[in-house]
Design a protein around this ligand. Structure first.
Ligand code: NAI
Length: 332
């Protein structure tokens, strides 16, 4: 029987890349049923809810969500739907693999880094307090439980994926208690993984080292905010946000999404790169045991990238999203 997954279409470039990715999944023989929902700002204006109740109900039934980007308006009113979903379903491990593709020319070679970003706490806990008219406290929450599970997830992944090293990224020189605890737990747990090298670095240094010597990094485990910022930096090393997928895993639920946002600057132009979202869908397929279909799609993408004649503008081409999608389907 076909597996059923929940799909959120999102805003901005979300609907465009979702349509392309679902067509590629079908053409590859993924054999999935989709329960598709419009979510985000447009859905709120039309029906008064950012995510329809049926969307949550579907997620609670299928436990697997393929989610395209959602705009988060700045300022008051909206809490980020992305943060809401990650917290609601306790999707604590945000896993972001960034690998050089030799067909995409950048100034960097041999980048092969997986970022493990803690997804449920830190400054994203949303605890902000107006102290007086001119003073806001935004509270950073770090708990032993959440540190342990993300660090364990990073080491377990290192073992299962034959990786060599996990680097703990923090700012313990300044946040001695919060980041100090993160670092201490990291070294305590690292003793359980004697075959994996463990080291730690301060986040600002990491920003520089990633640009100077990205090949020295293997797996990075870090808190929520640092992971957010460093992910975009790392995407720049491999050709941009159009190429960085992610999974958000918890005990009971899993969500797969591109790292990028809704790209309002190019929305509606039909030129968004769907690769990051497609590779996120491949991570979904691997999660549900369809490794063969994922491999077929990954191979087709590699062939299109290598060929180089049908690429979207962000990676140096002139093709539209749909032309790129068709080229992938032709290589399946
Ligand atoms: P963004 O990631 O949407 O875009 C940054 C830059 O990368 C833009 O120039 C954009 O055109 C380009 N870009 C991103 N994805 C691309 C793709 N697939 N193909 C080609 N070019 C691509 O970041 P921005 O502009 O800061 O955020 C826009 C909105 O998205 C905000 O409301 C933000 O809160 C939201 N957002 C949502 C996320 C999610 O749903 N998981 C993640 C990040 C941001």
């Amino acid at each position: 029987m076909a597996d059923t997954i929940t799909v959120f279409k999102g805003d901005g470039i979300g609907p465009e890349i979702t349509d392309s990715v679902l067509r590629i999944l079908d053409a590859a023989g993924a054999d999935l049923n989709y329960e598709v929902f419009n979510v985000g700002a447009a859905e709120y204006e039309a029906h008064g809810e950012l995510i329809p109740k049926e969307g949550y109900a579907s997620m609670e039934k299928t436990h697997i969500l393929l989610k395209s980007p959602i705009t988060t308006p700045l300022g008051k009113g909206f809490r980020s739907l992305n943060v809401t979903l990650r917290k609601k379903y306790d999707l604590y491990a945000n896993i972001r693999p960034a690998k050089t593709n030799s067909a995409v020319k950048t100034a960097f070679e041999n980048v092969d880094i997986v970022i493990f970003r803690e997804n449920t706490e830190d400054l994203y806990a949303g605890v902000e307090e107006m102290i007086d008219q001119d003073t806001v406290h935004s509270i950073k929450i770090i708990t032993r439980k959440c540190c342990e599970r993300i660090i364990r997830a990073a080491f377990d992944y290192a073992v299962s994926h034959n990786r060599k090293k996990v680097t703990c990224v923090h700012k313990a020189n300044i946040m001695k208690m919060a980041d100090g605890m993160f670092r201490d737990i990291f070294y305590d747990l690292s003793k359980e993984y004697p075959d994996i090298a463990a080291d730690d670095k301060i986040v600002d240094n990491v920003a520089m080292q990633l640009v100077m010597h990205p090949e020295k990094f293997d797996i990075i485990v870090t808190e929520n905010l640092y992971g957010d910022v460093l992910s975009d930096l790392v995407s720049g090393l491999i050709g941009g946000l159009g190429l960085l997928p992610s999974s958000n895993l918890g005990k009971d639920f899993a969500m797969f999404e591109a790292v990028h946002g809704s790209a309002p600057d190019i929305a509606g132009q039909g030129i968004a790169n769907p690769t990051a979202f497609l590779w996120s869908a491949c991570m979904l397929l691997e999660h549900i045991g369809k490794q063969d279909v994922a491999a077929r799609i990954r191979k087709a993408v590699d062939l299109v990238l290598e060929d180089g004649s049908v690429l979207t503008p962000d990676i140096g081409g002139t093709a539209t999203t749909v032309e790129y999608e068709k080229a992938i389907i032709a290589h399946l």
